[in-house]
Design a protein around this ligand. Structure first.
Ligand code: FMN
Length: 352
């Protein structure tokens, strides 16, 4: 109805009406932006644009607690606490007694995790080795002694390979700055691809590279949903807004999906986007080294689109799409926008 009326009106009038609406909107928003109480009123009564995120965060918190009772391939609490222990182990100077606040919780979680037939071998190994190292180097206290006794009754420990090591044991960088810059310049957003299938193994390799990205408390709260089929990839791409004109040409599309069940508290709701973004960058750079090109695609937070794509990918409500990435072999004559980058002069603010 609204569209029909707009079509019947003269175009100049439509533009004037739109402009008037935008001006009014700015006054309206200015009022509600005055303080946090008013902005909460705005989102409670005048905009439901964050509604899906609100519910997803709450459902994520519930799923976090549920996931601790039914441990699957990976356990977020175990990952977080083992990471905290590792940080304690490398502390300078290292305290003889530390982690008393969370060691019982960690050993309980470890005990539940190793009972799970699904827990992946690498995570179990890491947790076992770090806990063994922790209990072998820490001193005595009532809390630590109790936890130590419990851990010893649970774990069979051998040579500890997944434990902290000195910086000198890291491999040297195989690239200098110029070589790295060349790789960065080589990665451009490519929107035109050859009609050529992508070997699944290459995507796996790129995901392995992505998995090496840093993540908050080493939780890695994301997964890569790979649609390596041109017909299905086009359908996925069409759910996003930024693929008009080239969605039909994408041979493979990857959805980077964050999982809000990685956190017990709202304060960390943004971390899926940071961790997922860092991993996505490494994925795209790895693609270049494997002869593939890519294009990140924005995922707008729009209820209808989210529902559509979540259904196609089989996502839970607490799983949020961070971005899509088109992947393929570049068409050699396909255009690349120049996309002038900001210089360091604009990007650096020296605080003196
Ligand atoms: C989060 C994100 C969302 C993007 N969304 C789209 C998109 O929807 N459609 C598109 O064609 N390009 C998209 N791009 C690609 C950007 O347009 C591109 O990265 C930018 O213009 C710089 O060009 P370059 O990637 O070739 O360096 C997106 C990039 C990022 C990082």
């Amino acid at each position: 109805m609204k569209r029909l009326i707009l079509k019947l009106l003269p175009r100049s009038l439509v533009f004037k009406l739109k402009h008037a609406k935008e001006t009014l909107n700015v006054y309206f928003i200015r009022f509600f932006a005055a303080n946090s109480v008013l902005s909460s009123i705005y989102f409670a009564f005048f905009s439901n644009k964050f509604a899906r995120e609100h519910r997803a965060v709450l459902l994520g918190r519930l799923e976090y607690h549920h996931s601790l009772k039914q441990i699957k391939q990976s356990c977020v609490l175990l990952r977080r606490n083992i990471h905290r222990l590792e940080k304690g182990l490398i502390m300078q100077p290292r305290r003889p007694v530390f982690a008393e606040a969370y060691i019982q919780e960690t050993v309980t979680c470890y005990s539940d995790a190793i009972k799970s037939s699904e827990l992946c071998h690498e995570e179990k190994q890491w947790a076992t080795d770090v806990l063994a190292e922790f209990f072998s180097v820490t001193g005595n206290s009532t809390i630590l002694d109790k936890a130590r006794e419990r851990f010893t009754s649970l774990a069979q420990t051998g040579k500890r390979s997944s434990v902290p090591y000195p910086h000198s044991a890291l491999p040297a960088s195989p690239l200098n700055y110029d070589e790295l810059i060349q790789l960065f310049r080589r990665r451009r957003s490519v929107r035109w691809y050859q009609e050529k299938a992508i070997p699944a193994e290459l995507i796996r390799q790129a995901v392995t590279a992505a998995s090496l990205a840093p993540s908050a408390c080493n939780r890695q709260p994301y997964q890569f949903y790979v649609v390596n089929n041109a017909e299905k990839a086009a359908k996925v791409a069409e759910c996003a807004m930024g693929t008009a004109g080239f969605s039909h040409n994408i041979p493979c599309i990857v959805a980077v999906v964050g999982d809000l069940s990685a956190y017990p508290a709202e304060r960390d709701r943004h971390v899926i986007y940071i961790d997922g973004g860092l991993a996505a960058m490494q994925f795209m750079l790895a693609c270049e080294t494997l002869g593939l090109s890519s294009c990140p695609i924005n995922w707008p937070d729009i209820e209808q689109r989210e529902k559509m794509l979540s259904a196609q990918l089989g996502l839970e409500y607490h799983q949020r799409i961070i971005m899509l990435i088109a992947v393929g072999y570049a068409e050699s004559e396909g255009g690349i926008p120049f996309s002038q980058k900001k210089t360091d002069k604009l990007l650096v603010k020296d605080i003196i």
